[in-house]
Design a binder for this molecule. Structure first.
Ligand SMILES: O=C(CO)COP(=O)(O)O
Length: 251
């Protein structure tokens, strides 16, 4: 059995005050969600603040991105070593906004995946197709290529200590959530494709769905056989919505 994981990606949002309020507000839902892991990924500058606010362990946290380098003359970057030092468990890698806005190729994503893992963090590998790719019937090949970049570089076993987040680009921030059937179809494909290479890894790895997950859609999505939770953007910034999404992950 895979543990359900509900993770908030706060992107470039939050103030000291709003993050205090958000974590305080989420505490009851996180505490009530036995058997569900809850995590948040704040902007890196807030990692220390989040660390000091989640001491009871009901909420884990992670970075949204780490640099390829862990120290040195890399102005403006975030080191996986530092993220780990602040007590984080996870780092996202390959989010579509990084791929698009920061030109992160599959090769860069694969290299970052390794740096994150080598420094004791669990990479959350984000993959997914654009609308154009979906309409051209390329969804399966796009996600396979994105996974293959990591497998070719580091072996399929490297995925056993990671999380995969399927985030169709057309569903991110658009309010157009994939239907439960659409999402399950891709999740099942990912798991079958992985199983052909390593059955154990395929059974173990959590595959999260991301893209306009909301309080109204979460339960149906999370009930699908191959959907192990969610990576939630906008709705994770609202106590009421994210609390309902956390509750929806409880079997
Ligand atoms: O990008 C996402 C999470 O990483 C999804 O964002 P939204 O939930 O705002 O669509």
């Amino acid at each position: 059995m895979r543990t359900p994981l509900v993770m908030g990606n706060w992107k470039l949002n939050g103030t000291k005050e709003s993050i205090n309020a958000l974590l305080e507000g989420l505490a009851p839902a996180a505490a009530a969600a036995t058997g569900v892991e809850v995590a948040v990924c704040p902007p890196a500058i807030f990692l220390g603040q989040v660390e000091s606010l989640v001491k009871d362990g009901a909420i884990e946290f992670g970075a949204q991105n780490c640099d390829l380098n862990t120290a040195g003359a890399f102005t403006g970057e975030t080191s996986a070593v530092t993220v780990k030092e602040f007590g984080a468990k996870y780092s996202l890698v390959g989010h579509s906004e990084r791929r698009t806005l920061h030109n992160e190729t599959d090769e860069v994503v694969a290299a970052k995946f390794k740096v994150i893992q080598e420094n004791g963090l669990v990479p959350v590998l984000c993959i997914g197709e654009t609308l154009e790719e979906r309409e051209a019937d390329k969804t399966a090949s796009v996600v396979e290529t994105q996974l293959k970049a990591v497998i070719d570089a580091h072996g399929v076993a490297s995925l056993s200590n990671s999380v995969i987040a399927y985030e169709p680009v057309w569903a991110i921030g658009t309010g157009k959530v994939a239907s439960k059937e659409q999402a399950q179809e891709v999740h099942a494909h990912i798991r079958q494709w992985l199983a052909a290479q390593d059955a154990e890894v395929a059974q173990k790895v959590q595959i999260l769905y991301g893209g306009s997950v909301g309080a109204a859609t979460a339960a149906d999505l999370f009930a699908q056989a191959d959907i192990d939770g969610g990576l939630v953007g906008g709705a994770s910034l609202k106590v009421e919505d994210f609390s309902a999404i956390i509750a929806a992950a409880k079997a």
